[in-house]
Design a protein around this ligand. Sequence first.
Ligand code: ATP
Ligand SMILES: Cc1cn([C@H]2C[C@H](O)[C@@H](COP(=O)(O)O)O2)c(=O)[nH]c1=O
Length: 206
Amino acid sequence: MFITFEGPEGAGKTTILEMVAKALENESFSYIQTREPGGIRISEAIRSVILNREHVEMDARTEALLYAASRRQHLVERVIPALENNEIVLCDRFIDSSLAYQGYARNIGIQEVWDLNQFAIQNCMPTLTLYFDIAPELGLERIAANKNREVNRLDEESILFHKRVYEGYKQVLQMFPNRIKRVDASQSMDAVFEECWKIITTHLKE
Ligand SMILES: Nc1ncnc2c1ncn2[C@@H]1O[C@H](COP(=O)(O)OP(=O)(O)OP(=O)(O)O)[C@@H](O)[C@H]1O
Ligand SMILES: Cc1cn([C@H]2C[C@H](O)[C@@H](COP(=O)(O)O)O2)c(=O)[nH]c1=O
């Protein structure tokens, strides 16, 4: 099982992924938890290049290529070996982020970014994606309130950009209605977790 967590900034993906990991551990499932961009040395290095606040001149297609490169290395080095070892993979963001952020919000085109990513993923797609649905304003409020979080280059984009990301996700949801399950991320943490856990346990049984 390859489960990804998707959604705009501050939606609660990382928080709930941690809670899901603990719940899987309690049930004695073997799993790994990881993130994109990053998760392993080379992909974390690419992450620093992409998200560096000084790199304001980065071209949108360069950005899309760097995310895809980071994705490729992470898949080969971390995700695929874990799946081959029958471990559940919990991954904070994956290809849907590229479709929403680079494809739609950056105006490259969802189809172009999808095509670009095929070279990187070679058909390795998540079996389940939890989409954390939250109004961009509320997500940004949450991250602004979290003083421990480092602000990155994408966080600093305009509210207009974050609204486009939200619109982009809506389109991605329509493209993959079977794989992507929507969760109301504006609820309390416990309520969001319960909703996610129900979806995951159903997926496990299937
Ligand atoms: N359901 C919730 N209600 C209120 N606050 C929440 C909820 N879920 C998470 N938070 C808080 O919101 C902030 C952002 O949460 P988190 O880092 O999990 O979001 P994220 O989706 O991973 O964000 P990003 O993609 O921007 O890194 C954190 O301070 C977290 O404690
Ligand atoms: C995988 C991926 C990510 N992004 C963006 C989304 C966020 O703004 C950052 C990652 O930061 P986080 O705190 O770890 O969520 O990168 C993107 O634009 N495209 C992608 O493919």
